[in-house]
Design a protein around this ligand. Structure first.
Ligand code: NAD
Length: 420
């Protein structure tokens, strides 16, 4: 899961990030302490009937970090290395992410420890439905609204929506986002994270005077977020995708890869590795490539103190959550690498999730142009807001994004007061 032997605890990273921005917001120790703790955590151990007739017990988590600004929002991850601390960190990041793009949401996250690649569709459906049932007391359109994350997708969301609806006795589309269109999903949701990432890259490139036409781009993790970002940076900004990777390794072609053809190849062969005309590289080599833009779009803790100084990209756009450790941040800042932090760069997904929830609650649906133009406004406006704060305080973009986001959460908590 990490490329440094798993040494970095993502929740400690998330807590340290709060400490860093608390200084700039002049937060007192009490408020800082509140912001460093999740509000609610649920651990569930539940049995699932496997295809061979045996039963297996799975462990899952749902963490609701902070709900000062509204219902909590965040994805569900299926992965063998899910831990409670990872889910806590992801829930904290969701809180800041929703706030940085000004959505009326708090943050949450969920995960189930499992190996989805080794499970049949039937096993995945039964596991998903039972997990949905176990967490159903604490989810709902007004409480906490899950969405897809690593190795979960629109089908997973459909099963959760159906399970929750069966328990209620009526259809509740607003309980999850990232659903198929046929049951209340939104146009544009599937590509929203990658599209939002492309918009912030475009804005940052303008500020840096970097012409994106022909600019070289490397993408670590060619999944939902990474492949869409690659395709749109290529198609809409004219960027040259020189390298992409997945769990099996990376591929490089300095003359440029066609991301649509790579995606088709990955669908057929199961990996990008072996794509005709490309040279095989490791994930570590990909991170150190001589390129203009690096898009980490896999998992957390990929750019660390060990490899940060070898990064040559001018812009790092964090499509993934938590790919850069705080130590790496400092090294990158010193080396004048512009980091577009996860809470901003991948907020397109949750923004269109918010649009989906709004459409579900209204029962009125928008066309894709409407969704994308609203997304573009949110992403470029949020980038500008963060860039201004970065300039004003002389800090890097992550700290600036935290100053904006944490400041908004603190404002909501102050005006609401601490109960009772
Ligand atoms: P995904 O499962 O579709 O894709 C993940 C990809 O990363 C896969 O291609 C996988 O092979 C690859 N990968 C995994 N480990 C790797 C490694 N060590 N090195 C290189 N590649 C590796 O998942 P996704 O939805 O695209 O999520 C990717 C990241 O983006 C996660 O950090 C997730 O939290 C974040 N994110 C996703 C969304 C979304 O809407 N999908 C929104 C915000 C953030």
């Amino acid at each position: 899961m990490t490329n440094n032997g798993g040494a970095v605890n993502p929740f400690e990273t998330a807590q340290r990030q709060v400490d860093i921005c608390a200084k700039y917001l002049n937060l007192d120790a009490g408020m800082t302490e509140i912001l460093k703790h999740p509000k609610r955590e649920l651990t569930v151990n539940f049995p699932v009937r496997m295809d061979n007739g045996s039963y297996r017990v799975f462990t899952g988590y749902r963490v609701q970090y902070n709900m000062a600004r509204g219902p909590t929002k965040g994805g569900i991850r299926y992965h063998p290395q899910v831990t409670l601390d990872e889910v806590r960190a992801l829930a904290a990041w969701m809180t800041w992410k929703c706030a940085v793009v000004s959505l009326p949401y708090g943050g949450a996250k969920g995960g189930v420890i499992c190996d989805p690649k080794a499970m049949s569709k039937g096993e995945l459906e039964r596991m998903t439905r039972r997990f949905a049932s176990e967490i159903s007391p604490i989810i709902g359109p007004e409480i906490d609204v899950p969405a897809p994350d690593v190795y979960t997708d629109s089908q997973t969301m459909a099963w959760i929506m159906d399970t929750y609806s069966m328990q209620k006795g009526y259809s509740v589309p607003g309980v999850v986002t990232g659903k198929p269109l046929s049951i209340g999903g939104s146009e544009g949701r599937g590509e929203a994270t990658g599209r939002g990432c492309m918009y912030v890259i475009r804005e940052a490139a303008k500020d840096l005077g970097l012409n994106m036409k022909g600019a070289s781009v490397a993408v670590q993790g060619f999944g939902n977020a990474g492949s869409v970002a690659a395709k749109l940076v290529h198609a809409e900004l004219g960027g040259k995708i020189i390298a992409v990777s997945d769990t099996k390794g990376g591929i490089l072609n300095k003359n440029g890869l066609d991301p649509v053809a790579v995606e088709k190849y990955k669908q057929e062969k199961g990996s990008v590795v072996g794509f005709p005309g490309s040279q095989k590289i490791s994930n570590n080599e990909l991170l150190a490539l001589d390129c203009d833009v690096l898009i980490p779009a896999a998992l957390e803790n990929q750019i660390t103190r060990e490899n940060a100084s070898s990064v040559k990209a001018k812009i790092i756009a964090e499509a993934a959550n938590g790919p850069t450790t705080p130590e790496a941040d400092e090294i990158l800042h010193k080396n004048k690498v512009t980091v577009l932090p996860d809470v901003l760069a991948n907020a397109g997904g949750v923004t269109v999730s918010y649009f989906e929830w709004v459409q579900d609650l209204q029962g009125y649906f928008w066309d894709v142009n409407d969704v994308n133009s609203r997304l573009e406004r949110v992403m470029s406006g949020s980038y500008r807001g963060v860039a201004e704060v970065a300039k004003k305080h002389g800090v890097h973009n992550r700290t600036a994004a935290y100053i904006v986001a944490v400041g908004r959460v603190v404002e909501a908590m102050r005006v609401r007061g601490i109960y009772p």
